[in-house]
Ligand binder design. Structure first.
Ligand code: ZN
Length: 425
């Protein structure tokens, strides 16, 4: 199939894509930005809107115990291993409209374009609207995708949403899922029955803006280790206490942050990609005050890298930094629960094919390690061949100022559709 015909068929879906993005924005509007709370009203409305759009395209609709949404364009052989194109439909509070949703809309546009081109599919193509990817709400990553794959971590169903205080199990049940089946280890998707998982996502850093290119081909998704709720215990003391007697938890926190930044700087100098983020960093508001030496300090930590060996070395380094600070400041770090996500390797065959597709489409691309975590990593972790396409987006994500143009979206979706035409056709 001529690449320009594929690009034209995708471009012909511009109005459908725009209307769907507009509807999703209306559904999630929560000024400033959109809030699609996972297993809550915001995400529910997005699922209903996307399912209606899929129905109008004649796709088959189904669900699973984690209440994910599957929208399938049937292939000639219904028993053949299938292809999934997906992304998540939840958002952070007051986030942007495109983070996650763009990948689902891309899947629907690709299905519509393939149908428009009259390309018969050899196997089923399923567009997946994934639940609860944003870990800010339940502090567990990839809930929907890992729920579908039967790889949710122990205890995940008992964690509570930070705003409602209610358990993940309760939220899932409310949205038509089956937490008991998930608890029993049920899986809806058998990795051995999947040919590939592809995801289109807005870029969450300005690399494509900087390079002046519309689309990037993902080289890998970082793994991470996280302490969502850590604290440092020292001693609350009077402002007059001499330094040698102090056990200042806030200064211990400051020293910890600077040591992590130094660790990152060293890795940057060696061109080893990683990142560390202290999203929460504060004294205890119930106790702090201008004339009190802080005895308690709270923080969260996310450390990520693209290589399991690098990640393990960073983990050990963080332990060593903590041990050093505890010793010379007389404080104790209570790290609380630790969460992990494995590195998500991109399938080299898919990556190569996407590079060829971009050349055929005349699309300038960039090879890019994903700055962020994605459901695609959960698929890669169970051995499903995985690939990702990033679309240029100014102003980052997790904020209302995301700026993806519809032209760039259609360019990325043309590449996705090209790959599907080659591999499912
Ligand atoms: Zn996302």
């Amino acid at each position: 199939m001529d690449a320009s015909r594929i690009a034209d068929a995708v471009a012909a879906e511009r109005d459908r894509a725009t209307a769907l993005f507009d509807a999703l924005r209306r559904d999630g509007l929560d000024e400033p930005g959109v809030s699609r709370d996972p297993y809550g009203a915001g995400e529910q409305r997005a699922h209903a809107t996307v399912a209606a759009a899929a129905r109008s395209l004649g796709l088959e609709i189904s669900g699973d115990a984690a209440a994910n949404l599957y929208m399938t364009l049937p292939g000639r052989d219904r028993t053949a291993n299938s292809i999934i194109v997906g992304s998540h439909l939840d958002s952070v509070p007051h986030g942007g409209n495109f983070d996650g949703a763009a990948g689902v809309v891309a899947g629907l546009v690709a299905a519509a374009a393939l149908r428009r081109l009259g390309i018969p599919l050899a196997c089923d193509l399923t567009v997946m609207g994934i639940r609860a990817e944003e870990s800010i709400w339940f502090q567990v990553s990839y809930i929907g995708s890992r729920g579908a794959l039967g790889t949710l971590p122990d205890g995940a169903l008992e964690v509570r949403r930070i705003d409602t205080g209610r358990s993940l199990a309760e939220h899932i049940a409310e949205c038509g899922g089956n937490p008991d089946a998930l608890r029993a280890g049920a899986r809806h998707l058998d990795p051995a029955r999947l040919r590939a998982y592809l995801e289109l996502h807005i870029e969450q850093a300005p690399s494509l803006v900087e390079a002046g290119r519309p689309v990037a081909i993902c080289t890998g998704i970082p793994g991470n280790f996280r302490y969502p709720d850590a604290r440092i215990e020292g001693s609350n003391d009077h402002v007059g206490l001499p330094r040698r007697f102090r056990r200042d938890a806030a200064l211990a926190g400051a020293e910890f942050a600077m040591a992590l930044d130094k660790m990152w700087e060293e890795h940057d100098a060696k061109s080893i990609p990683m990142a560390c983020t202290i999203g929460r960093f504060h004294t205890d508001p119930a106790q702090h005050g201008m004339t009190i030496v802080p005895g308690t300090f709270h923080f969260s930590l996310d450390v990520r890298a693209y290589d399991e060996t690098v990640l393990a070395a960073l983990d050990a380094r963080v332990d060593a930094i903590i041990a050093g600070i505890e010793q010379h400041r007389g404080v104790r770090f209570h790290r609380g629960p630790k969460a992990r996500a494995a590195v998500g390797p991109v399938d080299s065959t898919i990556r190569q094919a996407l590079t060829e597709g971009a050349a055929a489409l005349g699309l300038p691309t960039l090879d890019l390690g994903s700055p962020a975590s994605h459901d695609a990593a959960a698929f890669a972790a169970v051995g499903v061949p995985m690939g990702m396409i990033f679309v240029r987006n100014a102003n980052g994500s997790h904020n209302p100022n995301e700026a993806m143009t519809i032209d760039d979206f259609l360019a990325g979706t043309a590449l996705l559709t090209w790959w599907l035409a080659q591999n499912a056709g």
